[in-house]
Design a protein around this ligand. Structure first.
Ligand SMILES: CCC(=O)SCCNC(=O)CCNC(=O)[C@H](O)C(C)(C)COP(=O)(O)OP(=O)(O)OC[C@H]1O[C@@H](n2cnc3c(N)ncnc32)[C@H](O)[C@@H]1OP(=O)(O)O
Length: 311
């Protein structure tokens, strides 16, 4: 009888209308703040759009890997207000990409991002507007990290301030050999406000996070690998034999983790995401619901039919 109930739950979740299906949907497509927190998204959007310049470009590939590019090279890819709104729209697009498996976040012209556009920052440098921008960006970056895609930030050149925070909104970080990630907030009389502080603690632990933020330390690939902020290094074309461009190397690196059908890879991400974000009992229930979406599914049946061995 109990098994029947579980099966029923699985079938409901597979059809997308079960409690777990709804939980997952909520978890992946919602941010942190809503009108309950006096967050007026329309108001802050309008304010941000008053600071145009640059763009966030999305290129979805048949391989199932999308490339999201921070594009404002004349300002070292600083994020203008318009780009913050752009980023939210691209994340919405990715939330609806059923064939997607992976995401690479990078900057144009071989540098990652120099943080928020200081011209916009100066114009809204009062606590109220700052907190509204913080809520908007936290919502967007939380949704970015919660996408059912395995994501990697490809850091070339510099990732400074908000740019460093952006790197933490991906599952992984790959650094070019001469790149630097630096939480320069202290030098600006600030702390991270786009969720980068909280995410950094989860990535490198509180001791290392305190050092990186308190010292505004420059993290090069060596230090990045040592403390777990970086997951790999992409080489320059001259240093190894035909490694391809940094982007090609990042695609190859990501390829290992996204090989397989989209529903299975998305399920992998959802299971890890719930384990990362939810209390254990909730994470276990979510895992069961996700399991129900792949158990007896096309990829599972095909694997069973082929009597596969994992030598
Ligand atoms: C959320 C909190 C935050 O993100 S606070 C912002 C933190 N970011 C910063 O403080 C970065 C400030 N910029 C810098 O330190 C340097 O420009 C860096 C990025 C190191 C590059 O230095 P360098 O290679 O010498 O180039 P440069 O200074 O001549 O810059 C080229 C042009 O880009 C501009 N730029 C750069 N960063 C920003 C930014 N964050 N906002 C607005 N503009 C920026 C520079 O002003 C410069 O423009 P221009 O050629 O003088 O017109």
């Amino acid at each position: 009888m109990a098994l029947c109930a579980v099966m029923l739950q699985i079938l409901k979740s597979r059809s997308g209308c079960g409690a777990w299906g709804r939980l997952l949907q909520r978890q992946s497509s919602s941010g942190v703040y809503s009108s309950v927190h006096a967050f007026d998204e329309a108001e802050i959007r309008e304010k941000l759009q008053a600071f145009p310049g640059g763009s966030i470009d999305l290129f979805k590939q048949d391989s199932g890997i999308a490339v999201l590019t921070v594009n404002n090279p004349s300002r070292m890819n600083a994020l203008s207000g318009g780009m913050m709104v752009d980023l939210e729209e691209r994340v919405s697009e990715l939330e609806n990409w059923t064939d997607g498996k992976g995401l690479i976040l990078c900057g144009a012209a071989e540098t990652f991002c120099s943080g928020s556009d200081l011209n916009a920052v100066r114009a809204i440098s009062n606590p109220q507007d700052g907190m509204k921008m913080s809520m908007f960006m936290q919502n967007t970056l939380t949704r970015l990290l919660r996408l059912p895609l395995i994501s990697v930030a490809l850091v070339e050149g510099r990732a400074l301030g908000g740019g460093a925070e952006l790197t933490t909104a991906c599952d992984f970080r790959l650094m070019a050999s001469d790149s630097v990630i630096q939480f320069v907030h202290k030098h600006m009389g600030l702390v991270p406000g786009w969720g980068g502080g909280a995410r950094l603690v989860r990535i490198v632990g509180s001791q290392n996070a305190l050092k990186l933020l308190g010292g505004a330390l420059k993290v090069d690939p060596k230090l990045g690998l040592q403390i777990g902020l970086a997951d790999g290094v992409v080489e320059d074309a001259q240093t190894v034999e035909a490694p391809g461009s940094h982007l090609e190397q990042a695609e190859k690196w990501l390829g290992t983790y996204i090989k397989g059908p989209a529903p299975v890879i998305q399920a992998v991400k959802k299971v890890v995401l719930s384990g990362r974000e939810l209390p254990l009992s909730e994470a276990l229930k979510t895992e069961m619901g996700v399991f129900g979406t792949v158990w007896g599914g096309p990829a599972n049946l095909q694997a069973l039919a082929s009597k596969s061995k994992h030598k």
